[in-house]
Ligand binder design. Structure first.
Ligand code: ZN
Length: 283
């Protein structure tokens, strides 16, 4: 199953178009995409019966994030070996670096991002998981059963701000407006042949800059759920940005940053792609 946020309304995403969940369920489920995760198992049972409902094209409506207002957003640093190396840090062994991306930075899959003046803005394509039921002290082998689905995320990062204070501050530097695009759909785990091995990539103006596989994650999605849920509860609708493979601008020689006019396309196998256009500040 795939769900989407169509102009703020929860929808089933079919190959032929979109089914509005509130209308197709005669009000049993509301229109708010974020609220559905609190009733995820009930919704999963209902959804297959909705396939005969009216299907509409996207038309001129816009897709939003499939999880637009999570209670908690977790983001994992240094979770691919080669990315840890290019960042100049040791590879984490027992404790992944974890920070948040504030929810005001979440946007849908296609849009325009304004570059801050004087900033060094970098790209990080990431497999992004949305939680489907409250998780507390979950064992790794049960981890996937707590995931509602997977989507494409970009952990856009302003490196100057990230490094400006005496200790790096990830959360603010990765939470400027539009810096957490997600989408296009949320794809349930059962849709993947192997959810632990998905190709992910991103490109700038058609030039490939990142190419990886989630098999190379140091902390897999179920392992992250075990790790995080041992420390605090994960709530339905919470979001985990799982980390980025190598190929970011900061790790290049010379370093490279997103520029006015650049288009960033990020994609993950079996999910789809998101697309951000960057504009300079005060144009
Ligand atoms: Zn990241």
């Amino acid at each position: 199953m795939r769900i989407a946020n169509v102009d703020g309304r929860l929808s089933l995403a079919l190959s032929t178009g979109f089914v509005d969940v509130e209308r197709a369920s005669a009000g049993k489920f509301g229109s708010d995409p974020q609220a559905i995760y609190d009733r995820w198992s009930e919704f999963r049972e209902w959804a297959p019966g909705a396939r005969g409902s009216e299907v509409e094209p996207l038309g001129d409506r816009l897709l939003g994030s499939p999880a637009p207002r999570p209670r908690q957003v977790f983001a994992i640093g240094l979770n691919y070996r080669e990315h840890a190396d290019e960042s100049g840090f040791d590879r984490p062994a027992e404790h992944p670096p974890v920070f948040t991306k504030f929810s005001s930075s979440i946007t849908g899959p296609v849009g325009v991002v304004e570059l801050p003046q004087g900033g060094n803005v970098d790209w990080e394509v990431e497999l992004t998981a949305v939680i489907g039921k409250t998780a507390r002290n979950v064992a790794e082998h049960d981890g996937w059963s707590y995931v509602a689905g997977l989507t494409v995320g970009q952990d856009i990062s302003e490196r100057r701000l990230q490094m400006a204070s005496p200790a790096p501050q990830f959360s603010l530097a990765k939470s400027l407006p539009g810096f957490s695009p997600m989408g296009p759909d949320l794809v349930t785990v059962d849709e993947f042949d192997n959810p632990d091995d998905l190709a992910l990539a991103c490109e700038i103006n058609g030039e490939a800059v990142q190419n990886g596989r989630t098999l190379d994650l140091i902390f897999s999605v179920p392992r992250l759920i075990e790790y995080l849920s041992a420390i605090l509860p994960l709530y339905p609708g919470d979001v985990i940005f799982t980390g980025t493979p190598s190929g970011v601008g900061m790790g290049r020689s010379p370093q490279r940053w997103l520029q006015d006019g650049d288009e960033l396309v990020s994609r993950i196998e079996g999910i789809g792609e998101i697309r951000q256009a960057f504009v300079g500040a005060h144009r």
